[in-house]
Design a protein around this ligand. Structure first.
Ligand code: SF4
Length: 154
């Protein structure tokens, strides 16, 4: 069921982003309490277009299929530490990503509670998530459930 519903909902979501495109800088400023998105309206709008194009390549569907309601069936343990390469930020096409020194990037809305509800808040969900952005840092290993063996009577 999720396989049918997720792509349809993702399409609706993307269509609504295009519909409200001119309002996006204002909405971003209000939602994330950062005036720069509306102050730099033209630049934000250009970045939002790039952001939506990147969302269309899979992240929107991933959100409705895997993140919302957690579709992963095999629980995984995640190891590693972010090195701020920006790969998982839709290959550095996220509108909120900001370059810092030495080819590193930081999230401009990192502390927003809304960010935690997104794909970013769940990354990396599993090995597939890690592989699709060629994350150089994290690895996932399957959690092997422990089944208690009943004691044999002597
Ligand atoms: S791809 Fe991995 S190392 Fe790079 S920013 Fe994302 S989490 Fe950090």
């Amino acid at each position: 069921m999720r396989k049918i519903v997720a792509p349809a909902v993702a399409q609706l979501y993307l269509a609504s982003l295009y519909l409200f495109l001119p309002l996006m800088p204002l909405l971003a400023s209000l939602l994330f309490m950062r005036s720069k998105y509306v102050r730099e309206y033209r630049d934000t709008l250009r970045k939002v277009r790039i952001h939506i194009a990147a969302l269309k390549e899979g992240p929107a569907q991933h959100y409705f299929h895997d993140v919302m309601g957690r579709g992963s069936e095999v629980p995984q343990e995640i190891h590693g530490e972010c090195v701020q390469c920006g790969n998982c930020c839709m290959d550095r096409r996220c509108v909120f990503l900001e370059p810092i020194a030495n080819d590193k990037y930081q999230c401009g809305i990192y502390h927003s509670p809304f960010r935690k509800l997104s794909n970013c808040g769940s990354f990396p969900l599993n090995q597939w998530d890690i592989d699709r952005y060629a994350c150089p840092s994290y690895t996932a290993s399957a959690v092997i459930p422990i089944h208690p063996v009943p004691a044999t009577s002597q």
